[in-house]
Design a protein around this ligand. Structure first.
Ligand code: URA
Length: 433
C-alpha cells in the first residue's frame, strides 16, 4: 500500500477502506508517513468529507494507536462528559459532584486551558494544595470512596490524534466535522467510561457557529460512540455569550460553588442540570428524565451536591477553608469597572473576545508553556437581552494591574447593542441520541 494512492483516492472523493485508514494512522503515529503526506490527506478530507463508516474507522484506529484506561475497578456504571469548549464553562465543576450525589461514579480526566478557553484543572488549582496528579490506583480509589475524582490525562491516550491535531492546527484543517468528531471521540473512547454525554456548543464563541454545523458535529459524534459500543447523547447548547457571569479561575470556582449551594444563575444551573440528568439516566440511577431532573435539583437545594464537592476537594488535598470561605480564594489587586459608551439592548457578547480579554489579564495561556494567574478574571454585569445606558458597568475586570488597557478594549469590542427589545437566547437547542 502507498500513502500517495490513499491521498489520491480521497482527493477524488472516494471512500477509504479500513485497511487504508489503519495503514495511515499506524504509519503516521510511528513517524513512517511524513507530515507533508498527512497534511495532504487532511486537506483532502477537509474538502471531500468522510462517510460515517470512514469516520468511525478513523476514530477506532486513533483509539488503537495508544492506551485505553481501564475503569473496571470502579464500582458502578461510569458516564463521562465532554464540552466542545466555551468561555465561562464551569459545568464540569458542578456536574461532577451533582452526578456523584446521585451515587453515580464520575472518573473525570480534564485538561488545561489554552487561548481564550479555560480548563477545569487550572480552575481547581485556584484552591491551595489541590492535586490533579494521581496514580491510577489513587484515582480509582478516590472515585470508589467519594464517587468523584478529577485528574490530568494519564496514559498515552490516542497519540495519533495528538500528532494529527497539532498538524491540523498549522495546516488550516481543524474545521472539518469528521476530523473534529474523530479527534474528540478518540480521546473520550480511550478514557474508559461506559457512556458519554457531549455538550456541543453553538454560536459566535463556539467552534461551530451555526446550529446546522453544530447538529452535524453532534450527530457524527453520537454515531461514532454508538457504533463503537458506548451509548452517547449530545446536548447542543448556546455559546453566543459566556456561560454564567464569571470568567477566570478562582471566580469560576466561586460561581460553581454558588450553584452547588442552590444559587439560581439561570443558564449555568439549567445547563448543569440538563447534562447531569442525561448522565444519571444513562447510568440507570433514575427511571426517566423528569425524575432525574427533580432529584438532582433537590440535591442542589439540600446541600448534598455541595457536600460531595467538599469531600472531593479534601480528598485531593485542597484547602477546604478556601471553599468554606470563598474570600480566601486568590484575590486580584484591582477591580476595574468597564462602563459602556453606547446604549441599547445587548444583542451579543462575543465569548471569544471575553475569553481573550481574560487571557490578557493572565487567567489563560497564550502558549502551552505559560502559567496562569488564578486570581484574575472577569465578572459580566450585563448579558444578552439586558438594557444598557451610557455609563452603565458592562463588566468588572479583576486585574493585577490598575490599567489593563488591552483587556478593557477587548471587552468593549465584545458587546453589541441594538435599539429595540432583544430576546434572551435559547440555552438548549436540541438533544441528539
Ligand atoms: N477539540 C479536539 O479535541 N479536537 C478537535 O479536532 C477540535 C477540538
Amino acid at each position: 500500500m502507498r500513502m500517495v494512492d490513499i491521498i489520491y483516492k480521497k482527493r477524488n472523493g472516494n471512500e477509504l477502506t479500513e485497511a487504508e485508514i489503519q495503514f495511515f494512522i499506524e504509519g503516521y503515529t510511528k513517524g513512517v508517513i511524513p507530515d507533508y503526506q498527512a497534511s495532504a490527506l487532511m486537506m483532502a478530507i477537509y474538502f471531500q468529507g468522510m462517510l460515517p463508516r470512514e469516520t468511525a474507522l478513523l476514530t477506532k484506529a486513533m483509539v488503537d494507536s495508544g492506551e485505553s484506561i481501564d475503569l473496571s475497578a470502579i464500582e458502578g456504571y461510569k458516564v463521562d462528559k465532554h464540552s466542545t469548549g466555551g468561555v465561562g464553562d464551569k459545568v464540569t465543576l458542578i456536574v461532577g459532584p451533582l452526578v456523584a450525589s446521585a451515587g453515580v461514579p464520575v472518573a473525570k480526566m480534564s485538561g488545561r486551558g489554552l487561548g481564550h478557553t479555560g480548563g477545569t484543572l487550572d480552575k481547581l488549582e485556584s484552591i491551595d494544595g489541590f492535586n490533579i496528579e494521581m496514580t491510577e490506583e489513587q484515582f480509582i480509589g478516590n472515585v470508589n470512596k467519594h464517587k468523584l475524582a478529577v485528574t490530568g490525562q494519564t496514559g498515552n491516550l490516542a497519540p495519533a490524534d495528538k500528532k494529527l491535531y497539532a498538524l491540523r492546527d498549522v495546516t488550516a484543517t481543524v474545521e472539518s466535522i469528521p476530523l473534529i468528531a474523530g479527534s474528540i471521540m478518540s480521546k473520550k473512547l480511550a478514557s474508559g467510561a461506559d457512556s458519554i454525554v457531549l455538550d456541543v456548543k453553538t454560536g459566535s464563541g463556539a467552534f461551530m457557529k451555526t446550529l446546522e454545523d453544530s447538529e452535524a458535529l453532534a450527530k457524527e459524534m453520537v454515531d461514532i460512540g454508538n457504533n463503537l459500543g458506548k451509548t452517547t447523547v449530545a446536548v447542543i447548547s448556546d455559546m453566543n455569550q459566556p456561560l454564567g457571569f464569571e470568567v477566570g479561575n478562582a471566580n469560576e470556582i466561586k460561581e460553581a460553588v454558588a450553584i452547588l449551594q442552590g444559587a439560581k444563575v439561570k443558564d449555568l444551573r439549567s445547563l448543569s442540570l440538563e447534562i447531569a440528568t442525561h448522565m444519571t439516566v444513562l447510568a440507570g440511577a433514575y427511571s426517566d428524565y423528569d425524575e432525574a431532573y427533580a432529584a438532582l435539583a433537590q440535591n442542589l437545594e439540600n446541600g448534598k451536591a455541595f457536600e460531595v464537592f467538599r469531600q472531593f476537594v479534601i480528598a485531593q488535598g485542597g484547602n477546604i477553608a478556601m471553599i468554606d470561605d470563598l474570600n480566601k480564594l486568590p484575590q486580584a489587586a484591582h477591580h476595574i469597572h468597564v462602563t459602556s459608551d453606547k446604549e441599547g439592548y445587548v444583542t451579543e457578547i462575543d465569548a471569544e473576545s471575553i475569553g481573550t480579554a481574560a487571557m490578557y489579564l493572565g487567567a489563560g495561556r497564550a502558549t502551552k508553556e505559560d502559567s496562569v494567574n488564578h486570581a484574575v478574571g472577569i465578572t459580566l454585569n450585563k448579558k444578552i437581552g439586558d438594557i444598557v445606558k451610557k455609563g452603565d458597568v458592562l463588566v468588572t475586570l479583576h486585574a493585577d494591574t490598575a490599567t489593563p488597557d488591552n483587556s478593557i478594549q477587548k471587552v468593549k469590542e465584545a458587546y453589541c447593542f441594538k435599539e429595540g427589545h432583544v430576546e434572551r437566547p435559547t440555552l438548549i437547542y436540541k438533544v441528539i441520541r
